[in-house]
Design a protein around this ligand. Structure first.
Ligand code: 5GP
Length: 344
């Protein structure tokens, strides 16, 4: 039995050490980034936060609200073809929305259909599976890359440098990193498999950047400081589910309970999602997601101010004028207590 002894870290295990700075105010900080993607050669400019392709959060309403803020959304994969065609054809900023798909034959056929009916409208795709270590997954990614050389492909999920490299060599522009850190994910509990998210980000970013590729940290951000830590650790994009749940732009009605208002939020492999889309939990598999009620939070722009303000402020603490400089100026210190919880 081989046990890796090196400690692997989550966001909560570290803080960012402040550094001398000449910045007078957080308003001087530029949190947009520009990338030219390795394979597609496309140029991106925006604030590199992406709403997760969960059916609650990865909605067209979220994409519209995010477009004004230069943020992106990975649309969930359950929209019908007609809606996708009209959405992507009308899209003002192409880099704002990712088309999402799994790796089944029906996913491929549906995508072909959309690409035929809306030529050139989709520029960004997200191909994701819970476990990005399978041969079929890599083969699927290669097939999409060969068929559409101009597409920006984000694909995952993986958590180690070797697999990040393999995906980039297979044609991926952005490797999606994260197994088990999600707010409504129960993979670690059900399978014992996972990887602390900050270490996954640091290791995968290192591997990707060495080959000219990029990564997206997916899952596990619970407070704005976690976004700063993900970017500080080398993430080029950060994907968010739970932090965006409960807003007007999410799918589902507001429910009342004991006089308070809530919205439902659940994992994409939870029992709720599987009953909605797959006619129930198949016999051979267990649900790896849970359902929660999130206090209703109104329009997403209210929360965005906090999130973006937090990232800007982190940049001023370490003297980074641009988000691009944050990882170079980040020194993590290991801590035993991150936050004072005396008042809950
Ligand atoms: P969050 O920002 O809520 O912590 O994490 C969002 C991410 O959790 C998603 O982008 C996706 O990768 C992951 N996720 C969503 N639903 C499920 C699920 O049912 N099971 C698992 N294992 N992960 C999920």
């Amino acid at each position: 039995m081989h046990i890796e002894q090196e400690v692997k870290l989550d966001f909560k295990d570290v803080l960012i050490r402040p550094k001398r700075s000449t910045l007078a105010s957080r308003s001087e900080v530029d949190i947009t980034r520009e990338y030219t993607f390795l394979h597609s050669g496309k140029r991106y400019q925006g604030i590199p936060l992406i709403a997760a392709n969960m059916d609650t959060v990865g909605t067209m309403a979220m994409a519209r609200a995010f477009a004004e803020q230069q943020l992106s959304v990975a649309l969930h994969k359950h929209y019908p073809v007609d809606e996708l065609v009209s959405f992507f054809t009308a899209l003002p900023v192409k880099s704002n929305a990712f088309y999402s798909m799994g790796i089944g034959a029906s996913d491929y056929a549906k995508f072909q259909d959309v690409m035929t009916r809306a030529p050139g409208a989709v520029e960004y795709v997200c191909i994701d599976v819970a476990n990005g270590y399978s041969e079929q997954f890599v083969a699927f990614v290669k097939k999409v890359r060969t068929a559409w050389p101009q597409l920006v492909i984000m694909a995952g999920n993986v958590v180690t440098g070797d697999m990040t490299e393999e995906l980039i060599l297979a044609g991926v522009d952005i490797v999606k990193v994260g197994i088990g850190p999600g707010s409504v994910c129960t993979t670690r509990k059900m399978t014992g498999v996972g990887y602390p998210q900050l270490s996954a980000v640091i290791e995968c970013a290192d591997a990707a950047h060495g080959l000219g590729g990029l990564i997206c940290s997916d899952g596990g951000c619970t407070v704005p400081g976690d976004l700063a830590k993900a970017f500080g650790g080398g993430a080029d994009f950060v994907m968010l589910g739970g932090m965006l749940a409960g807003h007007d732009e999410t799918e589902g009605d507001v429910v009342e309970k004991d006089g308070a208002q809530f919205k439902r939020f659940y994992g994409m492999s939870s029992r709720v999602a599987m009953e909605k889309y797959a006619g129930g939990v198949a016999e051979y598999r267990a649900s790896e997601g849970k359902e929660v009620l999130i206090p209703y939070r109104g329009p997403v722009v209210n929360s965005l101010q906090d999130m973006l303000g937090g990232i800007r402020s982190a940049c001023t603490y370490v003297g980074a004028k641009k988000l691009k400089e944050l990882s170079k100026r980040t020194t993590f210190i290991r801590v035993t207590q991150q936050i004072n919880e005396v008042f809950g």
